[in-house]
Write a protein that binds this ligand. Structure first.
Ligand code: HEC
Length: 257
């Protein structure tokens, strides 16, 4: 019995671990939806506009994304590729040199192709919405799930300036921004947004970050889109096969009974 209990604990342990952030802060959850092409398209636009100044996605090709996200190549070339020397068949790399980035930020901005697989979509979704003002830091911001992060809050003009009124315990317990699973509202928050500093409402901003992370989840595993479809076809095939197999079984057994 004891053996089974230990085995069960070992099976369940990773589940509880992945539900918490790097700093042990509870994460807000998001459901990746690779069928929602409009969301993925908006997410890609945000990624190239807001993130590719510093982060590459070197394992992703523009053309593959255009195909998977159902966007015409010409439109992607015109609106989403800013480097005029770049062709649609190339990878989503950037011009910033690693050494420069190391000097400017302390830590170089990592490649983000596989980030959502590394940290999980929930972590990235929570991280991008958890920057707050902290004058002690070089960029004037800190982050609840990534303490002392070297990245500036590049979405501040949309979300607004977030002020931290939390006690250290509240910060670690995640009550700074717990989302009510029923209403989607923030409850018991000890962080406030300075009015008029962000151009989006809280819901708009959450949706904006959702789309971005949805796209990052696609990048981390582009084949998930196809394998989901293949799975459906396989099930339909099995259902049809069942009808014939059943008819055949009846045929074989009809003289025996
Ligand atoms: C001005 C440059 C800059 C921009 C623009 C930028 N980042 Fe970053 N980002 C960084 C730096 C630098 C780090 C490394 C921070 C560290 O390790 O302390 C980082 C780290 C990250 C991490 C954590 C990586 C890890 O697992 O350690 C994620 C996730 C991330 N960025 C996502 C984004 C997204 C999404 C965008 C676009 C909305 C973006 N970043 C835009 C500079 C930038």
């Amino acid at each position: 019995m004891k053996k089974y209990l230990i085995a069960l604990m070992m099976v369940l342990a990773p589940m509880t671990a992945s539900a918490a952030g790097g700093a042990g802060v509870p994460l807000d959850s998001m459901n990746v939806d690779l069928e929602n092409k409009a969301s993925l398209q908006r997410g890609m636009a945000t990624f190239v506009n807001r993130c590719m100044g510093c982060h590459s996605a070197q394992y992703q090709r523009f053309e593959r994304a255009a195909t998977d996200l159902e966007m015409p190549n010409e439109l992607v070339e015109e609106h989403l590729i800013f480097d005029s020397n770049k062709k649609i068949g190339e990878q989503m790399t950037i011009a910033m040199a690693k050494e420069d980035a190391q000097n400017w930020f302390g830590n170089p901005p990592p490649d983000l192709t596989l980030e959502s697989r590394l940290r999980g979509p929930d972590w990235v979704y929570t991280y991008l919405r958890s920057f707050y003002q902290d004058e002690a830091r070089p960029w004037g911001v800190n982050n609840t799930v990534f303490p002392d992060v070297g990245m500036p809050n590049v979405l501040e003009d949309l979300q607004g300036t977030v002020i931290n009124h939390c006690t250290p315990e509240e910060l670690h317990s995640g009550s700074h921004g717990k989302v009510d699973p029923l209403t989607g509202d923030r409850i018991g928050g000890c962080m406030t947004v300075v009015p008029e500093t962000g151009s989006m409402s809280e819901e708009e901003f959450d949706q904006y970050v959702y789309d971005l992370v949805n796209f990052m989840a696609y990048m981390g595993e582009p084949s998930a889109m196809v394998s989901g479809k293949i799975g459906t076809y396989v099930l339909i095939f099995l259902a049809i096969l069942f009808v014939f197999a059943f008819a055949l079984k009846k045929e074989y057994w009809k003289d025996i009974h």
